[in-house]
Design a protein around this ligand. Sequence first.
Ligand code: NAD
Ligand code: DAU
Length: 351
Amino acid sequence: MKKNLLITGGAGFIGSHVVRLFVNKYPDYHIVNLDKLTYAGNLNNLTDIEKASNYEFVKADIVDGDAMVQLFQKYQFEKVIHLAAESHVDRSIANPIEFVITNVVGTCNLLNAARHIWKDNSEGKLFYHVSTDEVYGSLGEEGFFTESTPYDPHSPYSASKASSDHFVRAYHDTYKLPVVISNCSNNYGSFQFPEKLIPLAINNIKNNRPIPVYGKGENVRDWLWVDDHARAIDVILHKGKIGETYNIGGFNEWKNIDLIHVLCKVMDEKLGRTPGTSASLITFVTDRAGHDLRYAIDATKLNTELGWQPSLQFEEGIAKTVDWYLANEAWLNNVTSGDYKKYYDNQYAAR
Ligand code: NAD
Ligand code: DAU
């Protein structure tokens, strides 16, 4: 009998990389990808593994508590990797309640279903909650977030993720649910929805549209290659200690404006444009409300205790990312048709 592993949000950006890694690496797991297929979920992210014998897709909503209990009863999952969420900060500013419902209520529904199914025997079981560094708030110019940094979320998105992390820990402390949490920095790579900075900028440069940079572009993010995040999740799922938290990051900080300049240079080279052509599209726009200045993760614990480290230098990762978006025009055109235009106009017209 194969062990049933549930991955929620597996049709999204990070989830699809996690699903691919697990389907290819673990033929002895039966991998169930549960996803509601919101605007961010796309089964085209998984065409290479969709016919694998150890893979199954289930379209469902984590907000539906009864459906979650039934699903856990049916599959008797051994392990859960929970990624499904509303994930974009700007959308959370426009519509916070949706983030509370999906990220908080949805996570609690999964915790409840796991608790119900594992109550008599939790040996070998694990609920792995995938979270973000944004729960720690914002840093000044110095210092790093460690696993013991107090929570201080500022956006509705990060507040909803912080709340879901608290519920995960509460289920561990109250019901002894076997849980683990990781908090990761900004991911980049293939299949990222072009509402996020890097794919949005690539898409705009490609189409000679302005690149919107919030404020003065001085905010700092720590960027990690998405497959390195997927590898970290694999390591933590199999070697992490129950009840622990692990920070995941790239030790790779960039000011937004510097990152955009690197991207513009790479795009000029790849598109055969005169140097400076793409950079001329940079447009400073009204800042994001409550914009956190700097995130920087200290991932020492994950490195020293579980042996994980990032594999890719940023310049190489950015070049590979640009290559992927340019080679996958149909994917990009597909996700930017329809509702994307409405979202983009609402988001950027007023800035
Ligand atoms: P994403 O928006 O690309 O994908 C989210 C997925 O969840 C989509 O496939 C969507 O259809 C699904 N989903 C949304 N609501 C659902 C619901 N109610 N029921 C079932 N499925 C639902 O997000 P992402 O960037 O891949 O992030 C995945 C997870 O990783 C999130 O929990 C996010 O908070 C966390 N995270 C993201 C980053 C990052 O840089 N993107 C960094 C750290 C942590
Ligand atoms: O840190 C981890 C988080 O990283 C994840 O938890 C989130 O799910 C993910 O969306 C990401 O959040 P950010 O807000 O950091 O990512 P985003 O790509 O939206 O923005 C990156 C930076 O770029 C941020 O400082 C805001 C800025 N920005 C973003 C957009 C979309 C711009 O200047 N212009 C833009 O158009």
